[in-house]
Design a binder for this molecule. Sequence first.
Ligand SMILES: [Zn+2]
Length: 575
Amino acid sequence: MIQKHTRRMAPFTRPVAPMSRESAVRIIPLGGVEEIGRNMTVIEYDNDIVVIDAGLEFPIEETPGIDYIIPNTKYLEARKNKIRGLIISHGHLDHTGAIPYLLERIGSPTIYTTRLTKAMILKRQEEFPHSAKLYIEEIKSGDMVKLGQLKARFFDITHTIPDAIGAIIETPLGNVIYPGDFKIELDAKGKPIHLEQYTKLGRENNLVLLMESTNAEAPGFSIPEKTVHQNLEKIISEAKGRVIAATFSSLLERIIEIIKIAERHNRKVVIDGFSMKANVEIAQELGFFKAKHDIIIPADRINNYPPEKIIAICTGAQGEENAALMRIANRKHKHIKIQKDDTVILSSSIIPGNERSIQNLKDNLARQGARIIHYKVADVHASGHAYQEELKMMAKMLKPKFLIPIHGYYFMLKTNADLAETIGIPKENIVIPMNNGSIIEATKNKIHILRESAPANLVLVDGLGVGDVKEVVLRDRQMLAQDGIFVIITAIDSQTGKVKNSPDIISRGFIYLRESQELLRQTRYLIRKTVEEATGKMHPINTTYVKELLRDRIGKFLFQKTQRRPMVLPVLIEV
Ligand SMILES: [Zn+2]
């Protein structure tokens, strides 16, 4: 088994020094700089702390069977009384998802966020009836809140969900600016949307810009969302039969647009996907858009209308196992079966790792006669994150003294740092966080990373438990996932210590037993030998010891023979 991963399961943690004597702003990414996800950033000045975002990350290879990974908040837990507020930039789970798990641990600070984001947070909180009440103060672009000696102001951001905001944290040394997830879209005249806001902000004393790095490796400009909308409208208007549009539930702006397109082309809309439906409902309730009466119909009424009058919006464009589109493709959907003339639009890119399941999905849909349109044949998807030219543009407009790339794997951060240099920010004014928990201090003239770091070992959520899935459980799951299980059932005569009959062997996910008769014969021989050598002079029999010995010897033997390490489970029955 090759150890491919270098991410730390339990890194060293040195005690963190108090703030530097010289007046400094401390910036600590607690999550989001070793991964895409679990974004959380701490901004600390003197006696005040402001936290921005509290996101989750979906399980990674080293944590099979875990629900989520959340930021490690030990640093904040030790400084609860300094926390003046938690700002949430937008309603995506990689920015909001950890709230139910960690808010109480950090002393339940007031959350500051926009209307839509607030509604989405509260909606999700309903799934956690035992957690403490949230205090959420609604803010909007242009507002200012006092947070101890610090002030927070907010500005408009273009992303894939309505009501996204960037935050400006005013400190006595200058502003720390956090645009969060953003892209730059141009208006009809080719001018960036929100240009005035950004250039005006650029004239302030901007100390640090925290810049997202998701697409730092992508040259040029991202495809404008407007182009995607136009293409979707064209495809939908030309489709002869039903249209099934699959996308992410997080791309709320696009989902709203597809509903509007459906209205214009007299099609009824079926929305399939729990979170997708919930997000659309919230957006309607808050007045972000209003669908015409009766345009959205339940899935069980889909067959009451002719095919050219229907559009279904669903989840599952990544081939996720239980999502709506997958059920449709596998003919397991209760109401939607693929029929001739159906057009399926996969309005998303491929998240690395999902290639195979998306290929299966497309194969299955195509076999049943659907016409498939994906991002490689037409611009039916655009990223919500800035490409290189947009990142440069934002940095040029905001004119910060220092820049810290965040949100991404190290190489993305490094690429983003290199970009910043190309627009004239001096190398010594750019700091790349080494890890989650890196502590960066900026004074008026200097920025550097401290040698100490905040605790950053993984905090896992499994069911409702937080951080209580011990490493050993994870190791077991990894072992099971990679090399399977090998159960040995042995009956021992409790008087003589001899093995009775031939040991039973059950294996799953390891080797195909029928084709491994010789290996099994040798294994049985070794089991008998191991047990009888151990029990020969033992009375009564110490079964714990014998089991340990079996586990060890058989494990080594199987590895020698197969280069695999199944989990070996010996069961001893004394008769
Ligand atoms: Zn986002």
